[in-house]
Design a binder for this molecule. Structure first.
Ligand code: FES
Length: 108
């Protein structure tokens, strides 16, 4: 089991080696944006700031090689290979904060 830290929220969640990053986030009760869950739409894109992932199957049309070099990944396809720190997009930060406040997982 690995730990995923979501920035800038700062909360951590657990992620099993066989589940996608998106599945781990959704299992935690957080709400983030996603679409096809098949690596084809790019809606679930996030940015890795530390740690290692396996990208999995994703369309080169929605995740460019340059984006991969900058740490972007498709959370519906990516698997954690270590503890991760992930930077949420502004839209996903809003979704996470709203859902975790509803679940009383945050103090603020
Ligand atoms: S939800 Fe469509 S690529 Fe991840």
């Amino acid at each position: 089991m690995y730990t995923i830290t979501l920035k800038p929220v700062g909360s951590t969640i657990a992620c099993g080696p066989e589940e996608s990053v998106l599945a781990a986030i959704l299992r935690s009760g957080a709400s983030v944006m996603f679409g096809c869950r098949g690596g084809g739409c790019g809606t679930c894109k996030m940015r890795l700031t530390s740690g290692q992932i396996a990208h999995g199957r994703c369309s080169a049309a929605v995740l460019l090689a340059e984006e991969k070099k900058c740490g972007r990944f498709l959370s519906c396809q990516a698997r954690a290979l270590s503890d991760l720190t992930i930077e949420l997009s502004a839209a996903n930060k809003y979704h996470v904060l709203r859902s975790w406040r509803r679940l009383s997982l945050l103090d603020c």
